[in-house]
Structure formats: structure tokens, C-alpha cells
Design a protein. Sequence first.
Length: 134
Amino acid sequence: GAVQTAAGEPAPKAATRKEFFDSVCPQKIRKEIKSAAIVLYICAAATAVFQILAGMFPLDGIIIAALGIWIHTKKSLAGAIIAVIYAVLSCAISFIETGSLGGWLILVGAIIALVYICKGNKLWKEYKASNGIE
């Protein structure tokens, strides 16, 4: 069926994926993607602070922040996939090195982003098909 607003009215027209995610895509999906990005921003800041205090260059913090920005601004499926892979590797390395599971909150944010970007992309495909958009 056609995408509708919360009031059940036809959604406003969107010609691009960005317009769709900005105005037509359900608020719940937009909110969850934004929340996932905020989790990544918080993790990035904490990671960067710990790396700087340890006398290291905050590369991990920069990578996490960049992935969060990519997910937040572009609703990027590739960004979400890379974030999940990065988080899984980070958790595994942390477990191997310390015996405890570190970085799990990054994984939570990345998985939430992946789930809701996939849901949004599915709705975008349906919207394109029902509105004759290439």
C-alpha cells in the first residue's frame, strides 16, 4: 500500500531518497536512526577521551564519529553495515585482550541503525514503485 502519514492521509510527495527519509518516512524510523547515531556519537566521544588520556591518537573515536555522521545524515546502509562489522571486531578484540566485552554499546547503536535503515529502505522501494519514481 501507499505510505501514509500518522493521520492516515497520503504522505507528501518525495522525489529523492533524502526527501523520502526527511518527510515521508515514518517518524519512528527517523527517530530510531537518529537515536542510533546519537549512541555512536556518545561512544565516539568517550572512546576519544580514553584514547587521548592513554596518550594515543583517537583514531577509534574518529572512526565511530564518522560512521555516526554517515548514518545520521545519509541514512547509509553501507555505513550501518560497516559500523556493525567494526563493532563486532572491536568487541572481539576487546574480549581477547581483556577478557571482558568492551564496545558493546557501539554494537547496539550499529544494529539499531542497520535495522531501521533497512526498514526505511524497504518503505522507500515501495514508495518509489507506487509513485513511478525510478
